[in-house]
Design a protein. Sequence first.
Length: 182
Amino acid sequence: MSRTFLLLVLALVNATPAIACSCVEYKGSIKKQVKNALHRADFVAEIEVTSAAEITESRVVSGKRWSWDDRQYHDYTENQSETRLQAEIKVLRQWKGSFVTSSVSTSIGMPACGLPFQQGQRVLLYAYIDEDTGRLVSDSCTRTNLIDDAAEDVKILSRLIPPLEPPNKSLKHQSLRSLDSF
């Protein structure tokens, strides 16, 4: 028994905390889920991934930080870097978004809710604009999926808003049907 206890203690001491992707789950019919995803997204389109590569971005961040030593706020400036997967894309059909884009980025790996974009994939992309960078981003908490697995979403989206074709035109002047009447 003491050997089992010792092994258990050693396992707990050497264990590293697990970080997992955590998403808010939306209940209801698939129609309601698609409508909700459409409302939350800034950009919805069928895309083809033309290339995907890891990129590291650096930026200088400054602000105020609390110090427990002297119980005061102090100014700070630091460099932060983040590695993301950036996918260059070709828009095939577009349901939402008033701008043309050629790339989307996502975090690396599932613990950070990243998407595994690969060259040649056709994807139904639900994305949003990152407020800090102004870039188009997506993650596994959206309804983004391979197009072959998103047939029901495409059907519902097309009934809500006819897709814009040919690609790369702005939806700025397209009238949106009332989503509540669907």
